[in-house]
Design a protein around this ligand. Sequence first.
Ligand code: HEM
Length: 424
Amino acid sequence: MHDKSDDATSCPASPPAPELFTWEFAADPYPAYAWLREHAPVHRTALPSGVEAWLVTRYTEARQALADARLSKNPVHHSESAHGKGKVGIPGERSANLMTHLLNIDPPDHTRLRRLVSKAFTPRRVAAFAPRVQELTDHLIDQFAAKGSADLIHEFAFPLPIYAICDMLGVPSEDQDDFRDWAGMMIRHGGGPRGGVARSVKKMRGYLAELIHRKRSEPGDDLISGLIRASDHGEHLTENEAAAMAFILLFAGFETTVNLIGNGTYALLRHPAQRELLQKAIAAGDTELLSTGVEELLRYDGPVELATWRFATEELTLGGQRIAEGDPVLVVLAAADRDPSRFVAPDVLDLTRRDNQHLGYGHGIHYCLGAPLARLEGQTALATLLTRLPDVRLAADPDDLRWRGGLIMRGLRSLPVEFTPERP
Ligand code: HEM
């Protein structure tokens, strides 16, 4: 895993360019991002896969790139057409017929599909789901509260989003453990060997296609039935589009939320004064700090380290750097969200931060569709955990914790904790 940076970064007066994509980098990428922001804010590098891409690390250019219509989401614009070789995107997406999902398309197709899915996946539907998220959260904590210790990734952060989205989509409860297994395969091997991941993607996609077919004749009050029903000027999603849509909701909403809960809890455990402030606010019924706090956790160490792939449809200039037609561009959200020219004391975790227009959910037309659900799950999970296990503490040396090595997501492999066991 070597960074093959080009000469643009080797300024003699500055410290040497940091190595990217090593295990040390995965554990703490922020010093390397600070270097890039200062010395090479639009930086061409070879990724571990061998694909060459531009990394954008300053807030202003990041926001600009996310909203630039000349940067397409459609991999056909990639000059190396590495997408065809399976190097970019969801593993197995071609064979699983997932190519036309929201994160792979541009207007006008994107506009049409996003409008249709927004009719079914509404903030109202999410708000109505709040009691169920609370129930799922309590049920998961019930499983380990009496033990006095737990791995919060495996036993809490991982199952909560998968059960939540399955429930919301309308996957019957007896089938949800299959999803837990398939999702487990995806998260364990994300960024690693891909055969098992591609198989899991195919199985999930196949299951969803069958479920959609069934829901057509037996509709319910769930999101899949809503996707089938959704219409815009008399237009509907095809069965194939609805299945790809259900899959992308699962795929985009699963590991992200695992990492919001995981990274967020970890940050709180490492900042006792901030955590105490939050605990007091929750106990007093002050939901405001919970809300600004979760936004700050997203900014400080968010789940999506790099936004998904974009490709230049024509030659353009970004941050003074010429980007050729067909070049891939990756916006480093984690770097932009620590940019001192945008955020006061960006390396400080401040749950009361108000001026916090972070890019953790992206920006522009691909802004996260699931943000209301993610906020609901993140707030419910953290508030319930800190209320039920008030003295929860880290049960490992932070240096021994391992971070997943994937390119897009940032999250812990495990988060061992201890606490006073809850009495039955
Ligand atoms: C904390 C949790 C989450 C974070 C940090 C997050 C972050 C993001 C980001 C950064 C993007 C834009 C990517 C880009 O422009 O390259 C995005 C898009 C998206 N997210 Fe999320 N997400 C989260 C949870 C969810 C959930 C729960 C769902 C749905 C159940 C979801 C569904 C989507 C979809 C469908 C898109 C594509 C939107 C489009 O292309 O129009 N996300 N998310």
